[in-house]
Ligand binder design. Structure first.
Ligand code: ARG
Length: 452
């Protein structure tokens, strides 16, 4: 039934109904919609806008409708357009005129805004839980790999030796900040739009503070026009999702590289890998690739809503109905990605020996060799040049720095002594780092300690 049909002389076209309807996707908000309506009915009753009996009957029936939806007994219709009018229609079918009173002092504009915020509050909570689990997994892995030496890269070229724990803790910090961002986003989602009416407020003596308490919001949005018109809170959520997906995607890119024969640093568990339909030898890191790919969707969802909002005059415009699908998609995508990612990394095998072997070659101790000469009183820039020459010599002679003889060392600088071998040993290079937040074993242990 068209709840707004009064002003119209003829029925809308079926094609227009289909184009206009959002029930196909906003039915997901049924619970939030009923929760919002129950609070609204309580408020109407408390304020004497409807009678206590009417309020009670509405609430009781809304609860029955909720049960029926969850038991799969309710068929939504396109004719009723969206979740709000579908539920109101069901209510009126069941209790007649009393049901028609529910929408007093309310508009679908503040109704949809409150539903959407309730939905997002829950999504943020669930996403946060998943990031928390990922952080716990990363911490556990870091604890296991405090001694696991591997190459650290810049430009994807071997740069300086680090430990796997150090590398994992870098991601820990990124995801920990993602949690902060979601928590901060929550403070702005957690504000009540309900009671704003269509845009200008209502003539009834409503109690928005009561609605805020009932629905568990932290505060009441102070301007009704803002409350119904803006979707910045959803954009913030999409931005948080995009940043977290970006972090996941970088990590996935590394895991994909690391599981190649060329790197050979890890092997994904069979349970989280797939094979090829033609090449029998293949074992592909599809989960990681999919997360990397889905990051594109998340960015798309964010751009989509930014673009929907950019030219909208105040207050509500139907364009805003386009806010839901990108947000639903992003919320589903991030939860699924975080879940599978955590399972994937907690089951993968780390090939420590390969990491360690890779850390030996690539002249990653060259900076430490330069630092050694600095300790013998040579200015750093000169040391850099001397070691640069030595590396070139080593490349031409197929040697690692620590494979040079003492005579060879001396031919580059008289300052070299026997203790150079000690100084450029890969493990010693790690141990020797002194700055706060470095890859040294001590520092990494402290970084883990500080997570508690
Ligand atoms: N289905 C609509 C949406 O999602 C609900 C609000 C409709 N409001 C209106 N004034 N037509 O945005």
């Amino acid at each position: 039934m068209k709840l707004w049909k009064g002003r119209f002389a003829k029925a809308s076209a079926t094609s227009a109904d289909e184009f206009n309807a959002s029930i196909g996707f906003d039915k997901r908000l049924y619970k939030e919609d009923i929760t919002g309506s129950i609070a609204h009915a309580q408020m109407l009753g408390k304020q004497g806008i409807i009678s206590p009996d009417e309020s009670e009957l509405i609430i009781k029936t809304l609860k029955e409708i909720l049960d029926d939806i969850e038991d799969g007994k309710v068929e939504f219709t396109i004719e009723s357009e969206d979740i709000h009018m579908n539920i109101e229609t069901l209510l009126t079918e069941r209790i007649g005129d009393t049901g028609k009173k529910l929408h007093t002092a309310r508009s679908r504009n503040d109704q949809v805004a409150v539903d959407f915020r309730l939905y997002l509050k829950n999504e943020i909570k669930e996403t946060d839980e998943k990031i928390k689990m990922l952080l716990e997994t990363l911490k556990k892995l870091a604890e296991e790999h405090v001694e696991t030496v591997m190459p650290g890269y810049t430009h994807l070229q071997r740069a300086q030796p680090v430990t796997l724990a150090y590398h994992l803790l870098a991601y820990y910090q990124m995801f920990a900040r993602d949690r902060e961002r979601f928590a901060d986003c929550m403070t702005r989602v957690d504000r009540l739009p309900l009671g704003s009416g269509a845009l200008a407020g209502t003539t009834y003596d409503t109690d928005r503070q009561f609605l805020k308490e009932q629905l568990g919001f932290a505060s009441v949005l102070p301007n009704g026009m803002d409350a119904v018109a803006d979707r910045d809170f959803a954009l913030e959520f999409l931005s948080c999702v995009s940043i977290t997906m970006m972090h996941l995607s970088r990590f996935c890119e590394e895991l994909i590289n690391w599981s190649s024969v060329e790197f050979g640093f890890i092997e994904m568990d069979d349970a989280y890998s797939t094979g090829s339909s033609i090449m029998p030898q293949k074992k592909n890191p599809d989960m990681a690739e999919l997360i990397r790919g889905k990051t594109g969707r998340a960015y798309g969802d964010m751009m989509s809503l930014f673009t929907v909002c950019k030219g909208l005059p105040l207050a509500y415009n139907k364009d805003l109905q386009e806010d839901k699908e990108p947000v639903f998609d992003a919320a589903d995508t991030i939860k699924a990605s975080l879940g599978i990612f955590t399972e994937m990394i907690s089951t993968m095998t780390v090939k420590k020996e390969n990491m360690r072997a890779a850390a030996r070659y690539g002249y990653m101790n060259a900076t430490d060799a330069a630092d050694y000469l600095v300790s013998k009183g040579i200015p750093f820039r000169d040391c850099h040049a001397i070691i640069g020459n030595m590396v070139l010599y080593c490349i031409n002679n197929g040697k690692a720095l620590d494979e040079l003889t003492m005579d060879e060392f001396k031919s580059f600088s008289e300052a070299f002594d026997e203790d150079i071998y000690e100084a450029i040993d890969v493990v010693n290079c790690i141990r020797a780092k002194k700055s706060e937040g470095s890859t040294s074993f001590e520092s990494v242990k402290k970084q883990i300690e500080d997570l508690k």
